[in-house]
Design a binder for this molecule. Structure first.
Ligand SMILES: [Zn+2]
Length: 504
């Protein structure tokens, strides 16, 4: 009898292992090998000087009240005009709102829908209290130790310069795009893009333009950040989270603190906050599954099997991913109480107290659902829950990683950055790209920079910088990608670029 049981258990175990293995092999998507290409010649020091000059224009977006210094944007325009004479002679440039730039590079085949490359001209301010910690002043445009230093080098003037430099070099080689190419550079991405990307999108929509593909800033090429994978990975954003701020207001009877009731408006509010924090939104593994499926054999076998069999290992994976704030934000709509106010004097019972809770929405969770969820969780008639209209937007639609734009972008990445894996992912913050969601089914978010965790932590922080060699590589990347995307079907394997014409 025990032998029979043992055999049954063994058979079941073999059966289970077989299911796990079959599902794992079906889950992984092996990446096609990419033929090496000869990269176009680019002088990184020359490009670095251009970026340094752009950094000296203090195109700061201030968060509250203070308007941007438009003379800095005019100065940046003048700098770009002098650095890129061929671009400014051959492409049409429109100024939208105060300082947003839209370049049109007319294609030879107007039947093909255009493509749009985006970046932004503005930068975040520098905290004056940190100035003495900068190795080089943030707006001096210093090149030292193989880096260009300053606010906006990484986020994201490198991309403005990278795109225009690529266009200038292609024009020098008499390159003519088949499909029309737009460059859209907003003036206020750091404060929401109302005057920049939103207006470019409105302007283009009015003209009836629809885009084959849109590329904005986004993931970079990193190493050692994704658990279970050693190779460098290029993270391509295929969607971004939405955002919702809810105003929570608790009311109670005012009076003197010598004769209080059981609780005050502040206590009621505190209880509501605690309830929200204790009831996080449920975790969902769909986006992490997309990443790990695309990474295929580059991931450790254990993680491959786990993600291929979330029916069995889902709980374990969720626990593991919840442990870090970054991966936790990739698997759920997050909750963060960020502001609180209440009471004016130590001996007065406050009539009300208020807080702001900010949620970042996974695609699939809507603003309306979230507000309702918060009311249900708080479940207290003394607390009202109202969305803050200017900070409420849905998560973006999803761009298919099977689509021609993603595939062509991934191929170009693997050609220019040999050894890099490519993976689709969910962008956690907000970018300008969300304003273009209505204009194209293929909106992607990628910044072609090889970056360490250290490089990333300097963004919006202290000692922001970009490596000179990486900047040169970025220009080579854009030259190949512009060539690829300028062709029909977003030509997957860029052909050899035309050689320089005599006399040009
Ligand atoms: Zn940015």
């Amino acid at each position: 009898m025990p032998v029979t049981i043992l055999i049954v258990v063994l058979v079941l175990l073999i059966f289970l292992i077989a299911i796990i293995l079959i599902r794992t092999s079906a889950f992984l998507r092996p990446s096609e090998p990419v033929a090496p290409v000869e990269l176009p010649e680019v002088d990184p020091d020359f490009v670095a000087n251009h970026l340094a000059e752009a950094i000296r224009c203090e195109t700061i977006s201030h968060l509250e009240g203070t308007p941007a210094d438009l003379s800095a944007f005019r100065e940046l325009r003048r700098v770009l005009e002098s650095q890129y004479p061929r671009v400014h002679a051959s492409l049409e440039r429109e100024i939208i709102s105060d300082a947003t730039l839209l370049y049109t590079w007319r294609g030879t085949n107007l039947e093909l829908p255009p493509v749009l490359f985006c970046a932004h001209l503005d930068v975040v301010p520098v905290d004056p209290g940190t100035l003495d910690q900068w190795e080089h002043p943030p707006f001096a445009g210093i090149i030292a130790d193989d880096y260009i230093w300053g606010r906006g080098t990484f986020d994201v003037k490198c991309q403005v310069i990278g795109l225009l430099e690529a266009a200038e070099l292609l024009l020098k080689q008499n390159f003519r795009p088949e499909r029309t190419i737009f460059f859209g550079f907003g003036q206020d991405e750091e404060i929401g893009g109302e005057k920049g990307a939103k207006q470019i999108a409105a302007h283009l929509a009015e003209r009836g333009d629809r885009f084959e593909a849109v590329l904005d800033e986004g993931g970079v090429i990193t190493q050692g950040i994704i658990p279970g994978i050693e190779n460098p990975v290029a993270m391509i954003g295929i969607a971004e989270k939405g955002s919702l701020s809810l105003r929570l207001k608790a009311v109670a009877k005012p009076g003197h603190s010598s004769t209080p009731g059981k609780t005050t408006a502040i206590g009621i509010l505190a209880n509501a906050i605690t309830r929200l924090e204790n009831h996080p939104l449920p975790a969902r593994l769909d986006f992490m599954r997309i990443i790990y499926s695309a990474l295929g054999g580059a991931v450790s076998p254990t993680l491959q099997a786990a993600f291929a069999n979330t029916w069995l290992f889902g709980r374990f994976l969720k626990r593991k991913l919840e442990a870090s704030p970054t991966t936790n934000a990739s698997i759920r709509t997050t909750t963060a109480v960020t502001m609180v106010a209440g009471g004016i004097k130590d001996n007065l019972l406050p009539a009300s107290a208020e807080a702001i809770a900010n949620f970042r929405l996974l695609p699939g969770d809507t603003v309306e659902d979230l507000a309702e969820y918060a009311r249900l969780v708080i479940n207290d008639p003394r607390v009202t829950v109202v969305p803050v209209p200017e900070n409420a937007w849905e998560a973006s639609p999803l761009t298919s990683p099977e689509g021609a734009a993603f595939q062509s972008l991934a191929t170009t990445i693997r050609q220019v950055f040999p050894g890099a894996e490519t993976a689709p992912y969910l962008v956690l913050g907000a970018t300008d790209a969300r304003h273009y969601a209505g204009l194209s089914d293929q909106v992607l978010r990628f910044t072609p920079l090889v970056s360490t965790q250290d490089d990333l932590s300097r963004m919006h922080g202290i000692n922001e910088r970009v490596h000179v060699g990486s900047l040169g590589r970025m220009v080579q990347f854009y030259m190949l990608l512009i060539d690829a995307w300028a062709g029909g079907e977003l030509k997957r394997n860029p052909v050899e670029l035309p050689t320089e014409a005599p006399g040009v």
